[in-house]
Write a protein that binds this ligand. Structure first.
Ligand SMILES: Cc1cc2nc3c(=O)[nH]c(=O)nc-3n(C[C@H](O)[C@H](O)[C@H](O)COP(=O)(O)OP(=O)(O)OC[C@H]3O[C@@H](n4cnc5c(N)ncnc54)[C@H](O)[C@@H]3O)c2cc1C
Ligand code: SF4
Length: 550
């Protein structure tokens, strides 16, 4: 059967349809059932189980959790490690300068925060949601937005069992329509349906472009004498040059676990830069390398993080629904924290949805949610740090961080000398032609502290059905060859953290090979491709990484 002759989809009706079981989606679901117990709420999640696609640091600010589940501290939760020590370093190639915390604005303090696996926290939230009667369907990607009279009327999950050739295979199952009075998009950074809605309804009109970083992370079981339970350590500087934004995090938690990660801002200019290799190089610094001696790397993954902040948040509402969490982009960049705002925005939207349902409304604009967020704790959290990222981008790491810190201090007292700075270009427009840039030589991995991409992807437990339509769509292959390769020397083969893209020579002609089954759903290609020629769409539900506790 060809896809043009598919049978009609079955439809299920709900009050509220939520796309994505991350902190935003699950908090919205829980809050809805708390304030409107009769409301029917469904959550679809593309990971094989809740948490399978969640990757974060993570040090969480419990402000969201305290408001959602006030008694969580007396329960058995996966939130077991309070932050006990907080260190910040500027790195040179062999030295490290510890920055006094007293110089940092109070909002940077991690006192009172917790080190967690955000995936485990999401599993805990999912149990809470289900106990309240929320229906959660993991293993189903929301692949299509349903529209009625120019309003969003729900989503459809993707068909399963369609081959590469577009023909249905044995085991074919038609997707399901999940129709709702309101649909909340909680897809996280660069959500595919969220992107469609932002474009269709012009939600980013008059806003600064959204900015992103790519965050790569490994989880290590370290030797007991290297573990400092509760220690949070951040660095900036080496191995990145002053003109490239980013930095590292190292969090010691639970039983001898260390989360180590590296974020590279995706407005970098040199197409030869490889965020993956920079991360591997970072671990060799004398400040940190001993931590991993005699340790074992147990998991790897990567995910984009939103960095645009206050001035890049799009209009949150459209007829029939709203964006919540990082689908809108509520990360506080200097704090590298977004999960608290993801939760708070989910709750805030839920309260406005519940009020609309109580008033008998459906499929209209939740304008009160849009009006409320800037004066909520989310707005004040992002307002105070709104110039940090633009200063970092314009002045480089050291001057940018120094001036950004000063601006955050003045904002602590309610004013800024700088107003609200702009970001300028989207990240897809920042690469320079390769001819203007220097190649970067990266050392070979040693297999103990530093690794290659393929052995890393293996640790993400990534799996996709191979015989399915492509989920990485190159709109114009000729443009990819002439520009991505010809002008920019093939940056996708370096920015992709999973080795999905390769240019291989075949009979003297370069061929673009896309190893889609390795994709860890970080969304970097959709963001960074210089011609916006690559579009990420959800593959069959259940495919992708299977993170146990990232
Ligand atoms: C490397 C890194 C480090 C970070 N460190 C911290 C930290 O220390 N502290 C902190 O507070 N924040 C941190 N953040 C930010 C934090 O992770 C995010 O702000 C937070 O996860 C956003 O929550 P969310 O629910 O909006 O989206 P996500 O957590 O991204 O969840 C979205 C969910 O939706 C699912 N989904 C997406 N599209 C679809 C679809 N079409 N159909 C079905 N399901 C879909 C995804 O599979 C996923 O499960 C970090 C982020 C990164 C990348
Ligand atoms: S193909 Fe794209 S989304 Fe997938 S891992 Fe590579 S850069 Fe990330």
């Amino acid at each position: 059967m060809s896809t043009t002759e598919l049978p009609a989809r079955e439809a299920m009706e709900f009050d509220v349809v939520i796309v994505g079981a991350g902190p935003a989606g699950l908090s919205a679901a829980i809050r809805l059932k708390q304030v409107a117990p009769e409301a029917s709420v469904v959550v679809v999640e593309k990971g094989s189980e809740v948490g399978a696609h969640i990757l974060s640091g993570a040090v969480i600010d419990p402000i969201g959790l305290d408001s959602l589940i006030p008694g969580w501290r007396s329960e058995d939760t996966p939130i077991k490690t309070a932050v006990t020590a907080d260190r910040f370093y500027a790195l040179g190639s062999s030295g490290a300068l510890r920055l006094p915390l007293a110089l940092m604005p109070p909002l940077m303090s991690n006192h009172g925060n917790y080190i967690v696996s955000l995936g485990e926290v999401c599993r805990y939230l999912a149990r809470k949601a289900e106990a309240l009667g929320v229906e959660i369907y993991p293993g189903f990607a929301a692949a299509e937005v349903l529209y009625e009279n120019n309003a969003v009327a729900g989503v459809a999950t993707g068909d399963m069992g369609i081959g590469k050739d577009g023909q249905s295979k044995s085991g074919f199952t038609r997707g399901m329509e999940l129709r709702g009075k309101y649909t909340l998009l909680a897809e996280g950074a660069r959500g595919s349906l969220s992107k469609e809605l932002i474009e269709r309804y012009g939600l980013a009109h008059d806003r600064e472009p959204q900015k992103y970083g790519i965050g790569l992370k490994e989880l290590w079981q370290v030797a007991p004498d290297q573990h400092r339970r509760g220690l949070v350590q951040h660095t900036l500087g080496w191995p990145l040059g002053n003109a490239t934004g980013g930095g590292s995090f190292i969090y010691h938690f639970d039983d001898n676990l260390v989360a180590v990660g590296f974020v590279v801002h995706l407005n970098y200019k040199n197409p030869y830069l490889s965020p993956f290799e920079e991360f591997q190089r970072f671990k060799t610094h004398p400040l940190v390398s001993d931590t991993f001696k005699d340790g074992k790397r147990i998991c790897y993954g990567a995910r984009a993080i939103t960095e645009g902040g206050y001035q890049s948040v799009p209009k949150l509402v459209f007829p029939g629904g709203a964006l919540i969490g990082c689908a809108a982009g509520f990360v506080n960049v200097p704090r590298i924290k977004g999960s608290h705002n993801a939760m708070l925005s989910g709750m805030l939207a839920a309260e406005h949805v519940a009020a609309a349902l109580a008033a008998g409304r459906a499929n209209d604009e939740l304008s009160a949610y849009e009006a409320a967020w800037r004066s909520s704790p989310i707005g004040s959290d992002l307002w105070r740090v709104r110039n940090a990222k633009p200063l970092w981008s314009k002045l480089g790491t050291f001057a940018g961080i120094a001036l950004g810190g000063l601006d955050m201090w003045t904002n602590t007292f309610g004013f800024s000398l700088l107003g609200t700075l702009k970001h300028g270009k989207p990240d897809s427009a920042t690469l320079l032609p390769a001819a203007q840039c220097k190649r970067i030589a990266y050392a070979k991995p040693d297999g103990k502290l530093t690794f290659d991409r393929l052995s890393s992807v293996y640790l993400s437990n990534t799996n996709h059905e191979e015989d399915q339509p492509p989920h990485l769509i190159v709109r114009d292959p000729a443009l990819q060859r002439s520009s991505e390769l010809g002008v920019y020397a093939g940056p996708s083969s370096r920015y992709c953290p999973a080795g999905v893209y390769e240019w291989v020579e075949e009979g003297g002609t370069p061929r673009y090979v896309i190893n889609a089954q390795n994709c860890v759903h970080c969304k970097t290609c959709d963001i960074k491709d210089p011609n916006q020629n690559i579009t990420w769409v959800p593959p069959e539900g259940g495919g992708g990484p299977n993170y146990p506790n990232m």
